[in-house]
Design a binder for this molecule. Structure first.
Ligand SMILES: [Zn+2]
Length: 137
């Protein structure tokens, strides 16, 4: 049966359906005043062939999910050959990401890694559209 409590997002946490994942993400966002989005994902149908898991729990929907902070997700261009004065590097390349992967038996998703340190201030304002007080640097 569904539980009222959201599963805490931490390395090793186990989820038995995507609904549980979604619920936990929402809960985390509300508690921490951050917004996460799915930066990368692999659906079960795609993943099955690679992982060779026969009995997937269909409620998982995904075999891999990577969540990232809305202030991150931009990939660095690897050829950083020197300083680029035109580029405003203060654009927040927030490193926060949460990776989930399906368990070897295909029955659950677990948190594989969780980088939780934002590189910007976190404000409650961000979660609330009714009042914008400006950015706190
Ligand atoms: Zn962030």
């Amino acid at each position: 049966m569904a539980e009222a409590m959201a599963t805490k997002l931490e390395v090793g946490a186990i989820f038995h359906s995507y609904d549980e994942v979604d619920f936990a993400i929402h809960d985390y966002q509300m508690r921490n005043f951050v917004q996460l989005y799915i930066r990368d994902s692999r659906t079960i149908s795609n993943g099955t062939r690679r992982a060779r898991i026969k009995n997937f729990n269909q409620r998982l929907k995904y075999s891999e999910i990577t969540f990232a902070c809305v202030h991150g997700g931009r990939k660095y261009k690897s050829q950083s050959s020197g300083v680029r004065p035109n580029q405003k590097t203060f654009l927040m390349d927030c490193p926060v990401s949460l990776k989930m992967r399906v368990s070897p038996d295909g029955q659950s998703l677990f948190v594989k890694s969780f980088q939780e340190q934002h590189n910007h201030s976190i404000s409650q304002v961000c979660m609330c559209n009714c009042e914008v007080k400006g950015w706190e640097a």
